[in-house]
Write a protein that binds this ligand. Structure first.
Ligand code: HEC
Ligand code: HEC
Length: 336
């Protein structure tokens, strides 16, 4: 489907200067992520087969030391199927001294593959290029018709490979990934705490392989009933990368950064008591009205795909996630 924010004329920079609430134009000014430096794009391979993911791309054989994993709480992308992998430079460990913001060694690569309606559409790459927190190169690779190669698509592709799936441009990645200091969103202590089929990397497995500088003693699971855990996990994975209070400060134009200090992110130190979580501390009584899902802005924004007020999430989805919405509704209904 069309992605109206894809190419913004420079005029919209002016909209950023308008007072809040000046009309629906103003939200467009939130949608502006700066272009990436050409040098950063040029540093990435032109073909997926050259990125180090596969030993043999056509055969689907992964390269040595590339590990598959899956986050406990997934991002909804209009029903797209996903697979994910990580590669760490040999001998290097992940700096886990901040349990909510793991620092990955320079050279680390993560990939995420998207399929829609049975068609493999794209594989995304995040690669740490330097010691600075923002030193990550980003690219999506578009699969060809024979599935024999995927090539870099720095400008993105709408309705790619005959599906309704839009491949984001390289600078749009930061609309979501730029919302967290460490940039990686789904490979974390909380997201890797789950029992997965063998062969997938989990927190346990990372500990066993001695890949963490400061391994947590136990698992990082929210102490709450199943309904609250599912709803708060959903908000963590689908909203927390933009709505969190340790978001890097905005420099220049707005790249999907919210004004209100809602915090939908789960944090390691808050898992023992559900009332300590960001959603309770910052949104309960405001965008979350206990016992009243229909009157809660969180539900209203999720249950909409209109342009104003902007539906949530404002990027990466065109279809309402009925299942996720039901989880959040049920949880709010039961809140007192
Ligand atoms: C709509 C928000 C959004 C956009 C836009 C987006 N991502 Fe992500 N991405 C996420 C979230 C959230 C996760 C973690 C949850 C998951 O994997 O389901 C993630 C996970 C990933 C991962 C796995 C590592 C990680 O951070 O967990 C890679 C690799 C990745 N994205 C690459 C990209 C690239 C490259 C682009 C741009 C071409 C991009 N993403 C655009 C939200 C986004
Ligand atoms: C890509 C970044 C991004 C994601 C992901 C995102 N939001 Fe937002 N959100 C924004 C921006 C930008 C605004 C508008 C600016 C504002 O109102 O502060 C906003 C506004 C809101 C508002 C209205 C704030 C107000 O004024 O009361 C609510 C409620 C909200 N978001 C809920 C959610 C929920 C729930 C999710 C997950 C399902 C979510 N958002 C995901 C960026 C995001």
């Amino acid at each position: 489907m069309s992605a109206p924010h894809r190419r913004l004329p420079p005029l919209l920079a002016l909209a950023a200067a308008l007072p809040a609430g000046a009309g629906c134009q103003t939200f467009e000014s939130y949608r502006y992520c700066p272009e990436l430096p050409g040098a950063q794009l040029a540093a990435l391979p032109a073909r997926l087969s050259e990125t180090g993911l596969y030993a043999d791309l056509r055969a689907g054989a992964l390269a040595p030391e590339v590990h598959a994993y899956r986050p406990a709480f997934e991002l909804w992308s209009d029903g797209a199927g996903k697979r994910r992998w990580i590669w760490l430079p040999p001998g290097a460990r992940i700096d886990t001294s901040d349990m909510d913001s793991w620092q990955f060694p320079v050279g680390t690569k993560l990939w995420k593959e998207f399929s829609r309606d049975g068609v493999r559409v794209e594989t995304r790459l995040l690669q740490r290029t330097g010691p600075g927190q923002g030193d990550w190169a980003t690219m999506a690779y578009l699969w060809n018709d024979g599935d024999s190669e995927a090539t870099a698509a720095p400008d993105g592709v709408e309705d790619a490979r005959g599906t309704p799936h839009d491949v984001p441009a390289a600078h749009e990645c930061m609309g979501c990934h730029g919302g967290r200091p460490a940039r990686v969103l789904g490979f974390s202590a909380i997201q890797l705490t789950h029992d997965d089929p063998p062969g997938l990397l989990t927190l346990d497995e990372l500990r066993r392989r001695d890949l963490l500088t400061a391994p947590p003693a136990g698992d990082l699971e929210l102490h709450a009933d199943a309904g609250a855990r599912a709803a708060l996990g959903y908000l963590h994975a689908n909203c927390g990368h933009c709505h969190n209070q340790d978001r890097p400060a905005r420099t220049g134009l707005r790249c999907f950064d919210p004004e209100k200090p809602f915090d939908f992110l789960l944090r390691a130190r808050e898992l023992g008591d559900v009332t300590q979580t960001g959603a309770y501390r910052t949104a309960r009584g405001q965008a979350i009205k206990p016992g009243d899902p229909g009157g809660s802005d969180v539900v209203k924004r999720m249950n909409d795909r209109g342009r104003f007020p902007p539906s949530m999430p404002p990027l990466g989805s065109e279809r309402i996630d009925d299942h996720g919405l039901a989880l959040v509704r049920a949880w709010i209904q039961g809140l007192r």
